[in-house]
Design a protein around this ligand. Structure first.
Ligand code: M6R
Length: 461
């Protein structure tokens, strides 16, 4: 008998309690090797408190497990030798600590997760104003041949990719496109030698992203992974990449992973940028600036009571709009995704320039419109859009780094965040949006860590 399709399968036997069989094709399956005990799970994080020794099965492989032994075979029942790998996952991220939900804990962990994404500074070279990313498996000279970057991902990973694209284009002056992985794999994609493909994923198990990577690789494209989950399928199938080291993310809604993905994409942009376009002094300034981000994040997290009060006034909203421009356009989209995902309130994100092309018709008296306006080259135009919404009596919730009282006076609710370089601003602007959605969901009594109809990793297409 031959089994077709996508599966991660475990078989138990009524009459043989010492026997387990596992098989995978397309879905993850990991064996944990313990002391007189063995484990099978879809993610090594499931048994991390019990064993740190793991064997990662590949597609088409089977494992036969007994209490003290295991045997791995292929579909022809031929024995295959698999290495045991040591898993490097932080165990302390397994519990909620003093927080009522994993989501809130993960939002508050961001100063530490960003620090880890920066390798506690070890991924930065201060004196050369650049970054050091060991796992890329690329020589410096290889970067001269890259004329295009294509980032692929789904959901929040896609939006992190959009931020990364703006960052790379701004610092490295290489054109970047961002692709929805579920569309790319079916689109007969054009794969070129001088394009670098980046697959962004928290779990490393998203079926759409994996299928897109396979399609690119089958056509000879070079794919690197920007992945959180150590040893995951994507981390293993790509030719190199960077772990973001955000730590285990339990809540279905992604928060600390978004900011860590953006941080790593910034590092990549800085690395390529310093080879191409940006000066030593600008590189040094960016290195210094990124090191200040964890502290700036802490100061935003201290505004949680203010943000909770704003959230309390939006629990009855039928729909919320999120608007911004430039690099923060993707943050507006991410803010809307977070709100719909955990509160079930309808939300849409747009570039503020898009407003007059349709969405402005949605604005009536009291419609909550969340604007992100940082003082970059898009600022004046965004302020103009705020005035347009105000003229329609929309309610303005403004997240800004501006200290201009005239700008402040446009807002019904105001959240002032610290200033940073515009390319780093999304790491700060997204945090009030995460807290805003969290507190609305809490007040509405939603199942915050496990929103209805959704799974943490989407392992089927
Ligand atoms: O594991 P991945 O990063 O590949 O997952 C991609 C999306 O499924 C994920 O980001 C999803 O959109 C989140 N639940 C959003 O919070």
């Amino acid at each position: 008998m031959y089994l077709e399709g996508t599966y991660g399968l475990v078989v138990i036997f009524n009459d043989q309690t010492d026997l387990l069989m596992g098989a995978r094709n397309g879905s993850p399956l990991v064996v944990g090797v313990g002391d007189g005990e063995m484990f099978l799970a879809s993610d090594a994080a499931a048994f991390i408190g019990l064993s740190r020794q793991a064997i990662f099965l590949e597609d088409g492989e089977l494992v036969i497990i007994r209490k003290n032994s295991y045997r791995t075979v292929n579909q022809q029942n031929l024995e295959i030798k698999k290495e045991i790998e040591e898993i490097d996952i932080e165990e302390k991220s397994a519990g909620k600590g003093d927080f009522p939900h994993f989501l809130l804990k993960e939002i508050f962990e961001q100063p530490e997760s960003i620090t880890r994404a920066l390798g506690s500074g070890g991924r930065l070279i201060k004196e050369y104003g650049t970054a050091k990313l060991g796992g890329l498996n690329l020589e410096k000279r290889d970067f001269f041949d890259i004329n295009h970057i294509r980032i692929i991902g789904m959901g929040t990973a896609y939006y992190a990719g959009m931020v990364g694209a703006s960052c790379i284009e701004s610092l490295a002056r290489i054109p970047v496109t961002v692709s929805d992985a579920s569309e790319l794999k079916l689109s007969n994609p054009i794969i070129t030698r001088d394009t670098l493909y980046l697959a962004v994923s928290q779990s490393g198990e998203t079926a759409d992203t994996i299928a897109a990577v396979k399609e690119i690789q089958n056509r000879g494209g070079r794919v690197l992974g920007i992945v959180n989950s150590v040893g995951s399928t994507l981390a293993r199938m790509t030719e190199g990449g960077v772990y973001i080291h955000a730590g285990r993310e339990v809540s279905v809604a992604s928060t600390k992973v978004f900011t860590a993905q953006v941080t790593v994409l910034f590092l990549l942009a800085l690395l390529i940028g310093r080879m191409r376009d940006i000066s030593l002094s600008k590189g040094k300034r960016l290195v210094e600036e990124v090191m200040t981000i964890p502290e700036k994040l802490r100061s935003i997290l201290m505004m949680n009571e203010e943000i909770k009060a704003i959230a309390a006034t939006c629990t009855g909203a039928e729909s919320v709009l999120f608007l911004s421009r430039g690099i923060n356009h993707a943050v507006a989209l991410e803010g809307a995704l977070k709100l719909k995902e955990i509160t079930y309130i309808h939300a849409e994100g747009f570039s503020a320039g898009w407003l007059k092309h349709g969405p402005l018709a949605l604005v009536s008296k009291g419609t909550p419109c969340v604007f992100i306006a940082v003082e970059d080259n898009t600022f004046e135009k965004t302020i103009g859009n705020i005035q347009e919404v105000k003229a329609r009596q929309g309610r303005i919730i403004l997240i800004t780094d501006s200290d201009n009282p005239e700008v402040h006076s446009l807002a019904d609710d105001l959240i002032i965040i610290p200033k940073t370089d515009p390319v780093l601003s999304p790491i700060l602007t997204v945090v009030p949006l995460q807290l805003f959605s969290y507190y609305i969901a809490e007040l509405l009594g939603r199942d915050i860590d496990r929103p209805r109809n959704l799974a943490k990793s989407v392992t089927t297409e």
